[in-house]
Design a protein around this ligand. Structure first.
Ligand SMILES: NC(=O)c1ccc[n+]([C@@H]2O[C@H](COP(=O)([O-])OP(=O)(O)OC[C@H]3O[C@@H](n4cnc5c(N)ncnc54)[C@H](OP(=O)(O)O)[C@@H]3O)[C@@H](O)[C@H]2O)c1
Length: 293
C-alpha cells in the first residue's frame, strides 16, 4: 500500500513513520517538502507520487495563535485538506484527515459520538471543522476523518513535555481542573490509523483517543508521579488545581471533550488502552530516547 504522509515533521507524523507496518511503501513529506497551502504543488506532488492512501497529519495546531491568525489557520486546516482531497480524487486514493475534539462546544455530559452536533468555540475548531467538511464533500466514500484529542509524544511540543520542563524548573504549578478530556499518546494513535486503513471500505467520521478521561490537573499529577518513579524528575512540587477563569487564554476551550470511541473500537475489534498506561509508555519512551530532536 503506497502511502503519502503530510505533516511528517509533527508529533503524529513522526510516530506514523516509526510505526510503518510491513507492506506499506511510505512517502513522508514535511512542510518544507510540501506546503499543503500551495494548490498546484499539492496536485503535482500527489500526481507524481501516485499514492493509494494519503494521511494528512499536517495542521496549524496553535489553538491560541489561530485566534489572531484566522487566515493562516483556515488556509492550512481547511483549504489545504481540500486540495489534498482533489488530488486524491484525481489519482483514486483514499484520504485520512485528522481532526479534533475542538469541533465540539463542550456542553455535553456524555462522550461525543461522531454524528453529534458540532459547534466549535474558536477559530482553530472552526478551521478544522471546515477541513472535515471539504474532505467529505469532495471524497464522500474514500475519506476518513479521525477526530482525536490532547495528543502528546516524545516529539514536538505538548502538555507532557511542557509539564516535565516546568516541574523541573519551578517549586509549584497551577493547572486547570475544570476541562475534562482524554489524553492520547501519538504512538498509539498512529497504530490505530494504520489499523483503520486495513479496512478498505471504512469511510466517514471516527473518534479515537486513549481510554478514560481526566482534567488537565489530574493529568499533570499523574505525569509528576510517574516521572518521579522513573527518575525523569528528582523532586516533587506542589500542583494546585485552578478554574479556567484563573488561566485566561485567547481561545475558549471546551469544558468537556471526551469522544465516544465505540464505533472505532467495534470496527477494530479492540478497546482503547487506558490513558495512564499510555502515559507510562510515553515516559519510558522519553527516558529511552532523551534527545530525540
Ligand atoms: N496536538 C493535539 O493535541 C491535537 C489534538 C486533536 C487533534 N489534533 C490533530 O492531529 C493532527 C496531528 O497533530 P500533531 O499534534 O501531530 O500536530 P503538530 O505536532 O503541530 O504537527 C503538525 C505538522 O504540520 C506541519 N504543517 C504546518 N503547516 C503546514 C503546511 N502549510 N503544509 C505542510 N505541513 C504543515 C507542521 O510543520 P512545522 O512544524 O514546520 O510547522 C507540523 O510538522 C492535526 O490534524 C491536529 O489538528 C492534534
Amino acid at each position: 500500500m503506497k502511502t503519502l504522509i503530510l505533516g511528517a515533521g509533527g508529533q503524529l507524523g513522526r510516530e506514523l513513520q516509526l510505526s510503518r507496518p510491513d507492506g506499506v511503501d511510505m512517502v513522508a513529506a514535511t512542510r518544507a517538502e510540501l506546503d499543503i497551502r500551495a494548490q498546484d504543488a499539492v496536485l503535482a506532488f500527489v500526481a507524481e507520487c501516485r499514492p493509494e492512501v494519503i494521511i494528512n497529519a499536517a495542521a496549524y495546531t496553535a489553538v491560541d495563535g489561530a485566534e489572531s491568525k484566522p487566515d493562516v489557520a483556515v488556509a492550512i486546516n481547511a483549504e489545504g485538506p481540500g486540495y489534498l482531497a482533489r488530488a486524491a480524487e484525481r489519482c483514486g486514493a483514499r484520504l485520512l484527515q485528522l481532526s479534533t475534539d475542538f469541533v465540539f462546544d463542550g456542553e455535553a455530559s456524555e462522550p461525543y459520538r461522531p454524528r453529534a452536533d458540532t459547534r466549535p468555540l474558536g477559530v482553530y475548531g472552526h478551521s478544522k471543522l471546515a477541513g472535515e467538511c471539504r474532505v467529505r464533500e469532495i471524497l464522500p466514500m474514500r475519506s476518513l476523518v479521525l477526530r482525536t484529542a490532547w495528543v502528546y509524544s516524545r516529539f514536538g511540543h505538548n502538555f507532557v513535555k511542557t509539564m516535565l520542563r516546568l516541574m523541573a524548573e519551578r517549586d509549584s504549578l497551577r493547572v486547570v481542573d475544570d476541562q475534562v478530556g482524554a489524553p492520547t499518546w501519538a504512538a498509539g494513535l498512529a497504530r490505530t490509523l494504520w489499523d483503520l486503513l486495513d479496512h478498505p471500505k471504512a469511510h466517514g467520521i471516527y473518534h479515537w483517543t486513549d481510554g478514560g478521561r481526566c482534567s488537565w490537573y489530574a493529568f499533570a499529577c499523574e505525569i509528576q508521579s510517574r516521572a518521579l518513579a522513573l527518575g525523569l524528575l528528582d523532586r516533587e512540587i506542589d500542583i494546585e488545581p485552578i478554574p479556567s477563569g484563573e488561566y485566561p487564554t485567547p481561545a475558549r476551550r471546551p469544558a468537556f471533550s471526551v469522544l465516544d470511541l465505540g464505533g472505532t473500537e467495534a470496527l477494530l475489534g479492540r478497546q482503547a488502552v487506558p490513558w495512564e498506561t499510555q502515559l507510562q509508555a510515553m515516559l519510558e519512551d522519553l527516558e529511552a530516547n532523551p534527545e530525540p530532536e
